[in-house]
Every structure is written in structure tokens, then in C-alpha cells.
Design a protein around this ligand. Sequence first.
Ligand code: ARG
Ligand code: ZN
Length: 428
Amino acid sequence: MQFLLIFGFLGVLAQWSWVAGSLNNDDQVFSITPKTQAEVDIVKNVSSQYETVLWSPAAPEFIREEAEVHLFVPGNSSQAVRELLRTHGVTHAVLLANTKELIEMQTRNASTDPRSGMSYYDKYHSLEDIYHWLNKTAMENPDRIKVILIGSSFEKRPLYVVKLSAISTTNTNKKAIWLDCGIHAREWIAPAFCLWFVQYSLSFYESNRDMATILDNMDVYVLPVMNPDGYKYTWTTDRMWRKNRSTREDSRCAGVDLNRNFDANWCTEGASHNPCSEIFCGEFPESEPEASAVASFLRRHKEAVALYVSIHSYSQMLLFPYSCTRDLAENHAELLSMAKEAAQKIKRYYRNNYKYGAGAETIYLAPGGSDDWAYKLGIKYSFTFELQDRGRYGFLLPPSEIPRACNEALIALKTIALRVVERIPPPA
Ligand code: ARG
Ligand code: ZN
């Protein structure tokens, strides 16, 4: 009897310490750096077999030896994932343990009156808020802003582009910049930047020489949320969602990666035909209404658009074509020097490091991207910016970091835009 009691007591103790040792069942983000090919395979398995979400890289096929992997592990898979990693001797660190808190922080005070000044731009906003902001900003700046409806999303939400212009339009040789944000739903800092940029342009046209030079020579078309269905979904249902929300009859998985849906070496290495993949390329190029709307608009305005910029996060990179092939772009040296100068400015003003280079060599082969497609259309200055950070918070960048992240992107964009202005040929 005594023996049984002691044994039972030990059992309880063991169980208790085992639970305590395995920490909590909260959602976490793991950092794992596989050391060998065998470890690569294990991490790939974990990320595809368990209910986890890869943060970085975008899909398991990009996992390589000695490259850091960021994996979101929901509380209910945590036990199993840690167990599996441990049995195979794969070490992991917990990058984020407080994801619930961080998400809370990102959605707090989401609705603020746009008239309450800059603080509106230091927050993340729901889709409804952004539509409201757009209306209000357009109404308050009738001589500077035009709203253009370029199409609608899969779930029939409007895709609005803000056309920003200088007040005096005596320039008959005006070119344009295209800026899109939020192709990928979970990259919340992207739409925040588009709003920041519009506000900055409206406020500092008069006082900032560079901004005046840019806007006197170029209009700016801004698409603040290119993937509204996905963005909405990250606010209501799944914060980690990346793709759009289109459905198809032959699969239970929703969503196409809009940045694999453009007609640039479409669905070759670096994209997937599997609808359940995060890098699903869709049925055919421009199969998705969001990609098709952007492509049609750019085709109609390709004579004017001299600079294409697409905003993503995270990883702090200034990328240019190609991502769809390892070949160098015809003006590679020129694009490289622009990106380099922009990265140097970020470094000088904000003490932050951005990598720069052609997409294929700087991150991974990723065909069907909007930047490569725009480049092939004839827009010779085409960039993708990956904003903050490098994984400290990843997609869950706190609102307090928005100003710096946006200022970095802003200085990069201004630097490159000024170089493009210099290259605009005089009217014939
Ligand atoms: N992280 C981005 C993506 O996976 C990279 C975009 C670079 N450009 C590109 N065309 N793939 O879409
Ligand atoms: Zn992205």
C-alpha cells in the first residue's frame, strides 16, 4: 500500500515536471537552423505535416542547410513539433513566445479618426478603416488626389488606386510611379506604408525639395491594399494568411499567391501547382482578379509608368529583377547602383542594414512576380522592397516600429525615384 502511494506520488511529480518542462501551449514562433540535409528534411516534414505556418522562407521547398527558418507553431501542435525536433536532435530557439499579445497590440485602437493627425499613421488599420481613410483623404484633397477603381477582388471588394499629383500640372512630359502594397495579406506593414506615403506626399510637397522634384515630374499611382480579401481574412480569421482567398472546385485549399500569378516564367521553379501550397501560382497567369486588374492597368499606362515598386515584408531587402530566372536584367548595373544608394541612405539615416540585389540571387527563385512582369512589360525601373524586420517580430511588427520602418522605405523610394527623374528623356 505504502509502495503504491509512493509510486503514485512519484508518478504525479514526474507528470507535473514534464508539463512544466514543456512550457506552455501558447502559439509561438520557432527559429531553426538546420545543419545538415537530414535536418533540412526533418524541418520540411514538420512544416508540412503539422499545423504550422512557415514565416520564412515562404515555402518548404526553399529550406536549405545553414539558413534560418522561422516557423509559427500554434499551441495545439507545439507539443508534437517539439517532440519530433527533439527526437531527431534538431535544436530550436523560441523567437516569439507572446504572439497573442503582439497580435493584440497590432489590432488595438485600430479605428482612429483620420483627422486626429499623424497618429493615425502609427497604427495598423482594418480594411474598412482603410476604405474610409481613402474616401476621406480624397474628399479633403480634391486637387491632389483622384481615386480610380481598377477592378475587384475574388470576393468582389473594390480595388482602389489613389492617383497623387502635384497641384500645378504644366509639365507635359509627366511620367508616373506605380506603388502597390499588401500583395501578401499578413505583411501588415505594407499597407501601413502606402498610407504613410500618401500622407507624406500630401504634407511635404511644399516643404521637401526632393518630394517636389519627384511629384513635379511624376504622378504616383498607389494601390494601398492589393489583396483586400486576404487582408480582411488576417483581421478576422487567420493572422498568418498570405495568399488571396479564391476557391476552386478541385481543391479544399483556398488562395493563390498573387506574387506567383503574373506572366513572368509563370510557375517554373520556385512556384507550385498545388493549391494547398503557399506559393500556388493559380490556374494560369493572371487567373486571379487582383493580379489581372493590376496587370491590365499597367498595360494601359505603360508609356507613363517609369518606376514600379511593390512593398512586402519582412527581411529588409531592396530587390530588383530578375526573380524568375538567374539571368541578369539588361540594366542590372543601373538597378544595382540605385538599390545600393538607397540601402546606403537607410544605413546613414536610420542605422539599419538592408540587403540589395536581384531577387533570384538575394532570396530565391520566385517566378510569376509582379516586379519581373512589370519589368518585362517595359518598366525598366522595377523594385520589390522587403521592409522591417529581420525576424525579431516578423509579421507581428509592433505599431511603435511603424514610423521607422516607413521612414526607411520612404527614403529608399525617394532616392530611387530621384534617379529615375534624372533619366526621364526630354519631350521629343
Ligand atoms: N518574398 C517575396 C515573395 O516570395 C519576394 C518577392 C521578390 N520578387 C519576386 N518577383 N519574387 O513573393
Ligand atoms: Zn510578400
